[in-house]
Design a protein around this ligand. Structure first.
Ligand code: FAD
Length: 477
């Protein structure tokens, strides 16, 4: 059978290599450790968890918990070893990171169909391969990838702007309008600021506490995605001429152009989540909550689903660079998996590796691969990578799996019923997909014991140095 090269033995590469090998495909797994390590990788083991030891909520009424469940049912090696290495952590799936990595390393090393090569890949191979080198892909391979897809389709930083829940925005302040009525006319929500409000906002931005970059994260930004506090430091009016420019907008309540605006763009078609356009920032999370709530009219009672961050992250503009089958449009033998495709998080990366391996397996066997439907957590993640989950004009940025990526439910449901309905639909559709495509699927897990509801968290979880979009009640990590 045709061999497959997998580059990178992190979460995505380990999952992909084992799935392919189990499918009878000879795999060459190229991993730069121990010869070379990224600045975040500390051990020589494969599938290293570089930061937190939590794979986040294991409750399937959260999108990430549902993703756990789907991967388990499909026989994911990463989930199997995570379950074996589990340590008590309430509702979360947390693991003993050493036991987890050792188990996967052993499993890979002993698999008769896998040959591990400890070397750095510096070029895209000319044969069937999966590139899973993660957010800190080395320069040489990144250059080779950029040559294949074009410089503009490979980013080296991600700049994440905050996202707020649609129903927490004060609609008596916000007005719907696109600049000069372009596009859908009312695609954007605008929060107007007077000169005094704007000046106060700039003062707070300049004085607010910022997260210091890691030593390996040179604070060198693309001009197109400068953090707002960096712009404010360049001059007091820079924001008013940049992301907060009011041109082409008239506040219907005053019939005048505001001094400045914060524009919010839909994150999902249903408008449950809205992105503060251009508001990427290194302000600490508590400072973002305080300053944005206090200084931006209309956000006083805002629920922040995600807060802003900027960090080193090599990722493809996947909707542009990848063909529908997940291979590079420019190089059909090269598949990509993991964080480099613009998914974010350990489990999302493993899921991406799982799907990439199924696709490559189908290619090797000369079969068609039908991806899981978008109503499942796996399919919703694919909807992000293909761009299908996003409204036109969405600027591709990495994301965790969240319910906002799923197609909305057909009928309206009360808020507290929605997650249960999304879960039921996902389970039904995954089972149907598995049946039609003859994919072995373990049975649904038994219902979880009812828990006494805990009071809603008063603050966001502790700030981590990497991004992640969290749905309500769903901690980033
Ligand atoms: C500082 C930091 C902290 C993070 N914290 C968290 C967290 O707490 N929780 C979370 O869910 N996610 C976190 N992430 C995101 C995390 O990287 C991903 O979630 C996940 O590890 C990505 O999986 P991956 O398989 O795509 O890449 P990785 O797990 O990074 O694996 C990539 C592998 O490829 C190898 N490699 C790279 N380049 C080459 C090359 N040229 N040749 C051969 N091998 C190569 C690397 O050595 C590595 O083993 C963090 C990321 C960073 C950078």
């Amino acid at each position: 059978m045709q061999r497959v090269i997998v580059i990178g033995a992190g979460l995505a590469g380990s999952e992909a290599a084992l799935l392919l090998a189990e499918g009878g495909v000879p795999v060459v797994l190229v991993e730069q450790k121990p010869v070379r390590r990224s600045p975040a990788h500390k051990s020589d083991g494969l599938a290293e968890l570089v930061c937190s030891n939590s794979l986040r909520s294991d409750n399937p009424e959260n999108a990430i918990g549902l993703l756990h469940e789907e991967l388990r049912r499909l026989g994911s090696a990463v989930l199997e070893e995570a379950d074996r290495a589990r340590v008590p952590a309430g509702d979360a799936l947390a693991v003993d990171r050493v036991a987890f990595s050792e188990a996967l390393t052993r499993r890979i090393a002993h698999h008769p169909n896998i040959e591990v090569r400890g070397e750095e890949a510096t070029d895209l191979p000319g044969e069937l391969c999966i590139v899973a080198t993660g957010p800190l892909t080395g320069d040489a391979l990144a250059r080779s990838l950029a040559e294949a897809v074009g410089d503009s389709a490979l980013a080296f930083y991600d700049a994440i702007a905050p996202i707020v829940a649609g129903d927490s925005i004060d609609q008596s302040v916000a007005f719907r309008q696109s600049r000069y009525g372009k596009g859908g006319g009312d695609d954007y929500l605008n929060l107007p600021l007077s000169r005094e409000e704007y000046e106060r906002f700039v003062d707070e931005l300049l004085a607010g506490q910022k997260v210091e970059p890691h030593a390996f994260e040179e604070p060198r930004y693309f001009e197109g995605c400068l953090p707002i506090e960096v712009m404010a430091a360049r001059g007091r009016d820079v924001l008013a001429f940049g992301p907060m420019k009011p041109v082409g907008l008239v506040d219907p309540r005053t019939n005048r152009r505001p001094h400045a605006v914060v524009q919010l763009r839909r994150e999902d078609r249903a408008g449950t989540a809205w992105n503060l356009v251009g508001f990427q920032t290194r302000l600490t999370w508590p400072e973002q909550k305080r300053i944005f709530s206090e200084c931006i009219p209309g956000l006083r009672a805002a629920t922040f689903l995600r807060l802003g961050q900027v960090h080193r992250n090599t990722f493809l503009d996947a909707p542009r660079a990848l063909a529908p089958d997940g291979s590079l449009r420019a190089r059909p033998a090269v598949f990509c998996a993991g964080q480099i495709t613009g998914v974010e998080g350990y489990v999302e990366s493993a899921a991406s590796g799982h799907i990439a391996a199924r696709r490559v397996l189908a290619r090797v066997r000369g079969e068609q691969f039908a991806p899981p439907p978008g109503t499942t957590a796996l399919g919703a993640l694919l909807r992000h990578v293909t761009g299908e989950a996003h409204p036109p004009g969405y600027e591709y940025q990495p994301t965790n799996v969240v319910f906002a990526l799923f197609p909305p439910l057909e009928e309206r449901h009360r808020k507290h019923e929605r997650k249960a309905r999304l879960l039921a639909r996902a389970r039904r559709d995954l089972a149907e997909w598995a049946r039609v495509n003859s994919v072995p699927l373990a049975p649904e897990p038994p219902p979880r014991p009812a828990r006494t509801p805990s009071p809603p968290p008063r603050t966001l979880p502790e700030q981590s140095d990497i991004g992640g979009q969290a749905a309500p009640g769903e901690a980033p990590r």
